[in-house]
Design a protein around this ligand. Structure first.
Ligand code: PMP
Length: 396
């Protein structure tokens, strides 16, 4: 049978990142490749306790179909947390989603027609690029520096593409670079969205995982005109396997999101929603997040020390104040895949930069994750990586 796929399906049969992550799952390999939280901090007992209570108190409701908007209990949890990001919204502006990944997909479904222009950061989260490509978007990337997307470059992109419909940004501890958009740029972006009349999808999965520096308000907090849609998730502050996130948007849009969600999955898992709401009732989430940030800071510091110790002096690296990733650029490396293949053979893994770019690729770039490996693994793995870089640089 020759299957006739829709145009949404990628033409290529290869999945280099998937292959890499499968190879890196080998326990002999020290993997800085994935984007996994530290599982030793999952509050397994507390979640189990919450689950037991949910089954006792409302087992039948928890196993029944639910509303596409989400359970009122979990929506209330989200509404209470929005103040942390300076967002003023009430429950009618919130919908619970199946992770923030679903919000990216539903946003594509809601706004994008074939050929619509979407502006993204250069580089950006590869699974968001996959979503926008699947809806036939014309992707335009805007360069970043340590303060996030460059606003002069964005204005140029908007002048070149006044038809821009959507801009996707991860303003805090970005995936893959770990960089954070400055306060001034957040304000400017909200103004530009109103001026040029495009939607901003503000994806903030990592914002709560800040271990240094001063917390910054969300871009959404500067939105006076309904141009900014905000999404976040329980994946990094609690557990990604629960698959729960949320979207904050004007009421009219939340109603549209609910229609799109109905055709995607009817609603997010009701049982998980009750369990998470119960977890929040029973526990102090801030002290749990403090444990996560303390561990990630320790691991980030170790990784930065190891870069200084084991990598050539020409290497540049980002300085994340939170989140899970450091972005590396090695001048002189033209084929990052070759470095990656060599590293896998030598039992260490990272994700090469290529898939994070939608157009021109910056060679010699790659992403390192520090949240998921122990201090010993970080030291040994970074030493191996440093030796591999020296070898590829020498051999060319
Ligand atoms: N956005 C970004 C930037 C991510 O890195 C991820 C996953 N790591 C997601 C969205 C999706 O996360 P989830 O669906 O688990 O909320």
């Amino acid at each position: 049978m020759k299957y006739q796929y829709s145009t949404k399906v990628p033409v290529s049969n290869t999945d280099p990142v998937g292959d890499l992550l499968r190879a890196a799952a080998n326990p002999d390999i020290i993997s800085f490749a994935g984007g996994l939280p530290a599982p030793e901090l999952f509050p397994v007992e507390q979640v189990q306790e919450a689950a037991n209570q949910v089954f006792q108190e409302k087992g039948m409701t928890a196993l029944q179909y639910g509303s596409s908007k989400g359970t009122p209990e979990l929506i209330k949890v989200v509404a209470d947390r929005l103040a942390i990001d300076g967002i003023q919204a009430d429950t009618e502006h919130i919908m619970i989603s199946t992770g923030s990944q679903q919000v990216i997909d539903l946003t594509g479904k809601l706004f994008l027609n074939e050929g619509d222009t979407v502006i993204v950061e250069k580089p950006t989260y590869l699974c968001a690029l996959d979503v926008f490509k699947s809806y036939g978007a014309n992707l335009v990337s805007v360069e970043m520096d340590e303060d996030g997307m460059k606003m002069d470059q964005l204005e140029k992109a908007l002048t070149d593409h006044p038809e821009t419909k959507l801009l996707y940004t991860i303003p805090s501890f970005q995936n893959p670079t770990g960089r954070t958009m400055s306060l001034e740029r957040r304000k400017k972006l909200a103004l530009l969205a109103a001026e040029y009349d495009f939607i901003v999808l503000e994806d903030n999965p990592y914002g709560a995982v800040r271990f240094e520096g001063t917390p910054l308000p969300a871009i959404k907090s500067f939105d006076q005109t309904g141009h900014v849609i905000y999404t976040s998730t329980f994946s990094k502050i609690l557990a990604p396997g629960l698959r729960l996130g949320w979207v904050v948007a004007p009421k009219e849009l939340i109603e549209k999101y609910m229609v799109m969600k109905q055709s995607a999955d009817l609603h997010s898992d009701v049982l998980s929603q009750y369990i998470v709401a119960k977890f929040f009732e029973n526990n102090d989430i801030e002290s749990h997040v403090a444990k996560i940030t303390a561990l990630y800071k320790e691991r980030k510091d170790l990784m930065v020390d190891a870069i200084v110790k084991y990598f050539p002096k020409t290497v540049t690296y980002s300085r994340p104040e939170g989140g899970m990733f450091i972005w590396i650029e090695v001048p002189g490396i033209t084929d990052t895949q070759k470095l990656s293949d060599y590293c896998i053979k030598n039992d260490v893994a990272f994700v090469p930069g290529e898939p994070f770019y939608c157009d021109e690729i910056v060679p010699g770039t790659f992403r390192l994750n520090y949240s998921n490996m122990s201090p010993e693994q970080i030291d040994i793995g970074m030493k191996r990586l440093g030796e591999a870089i020296e070898k590829i640089l020498t051999e060319g």
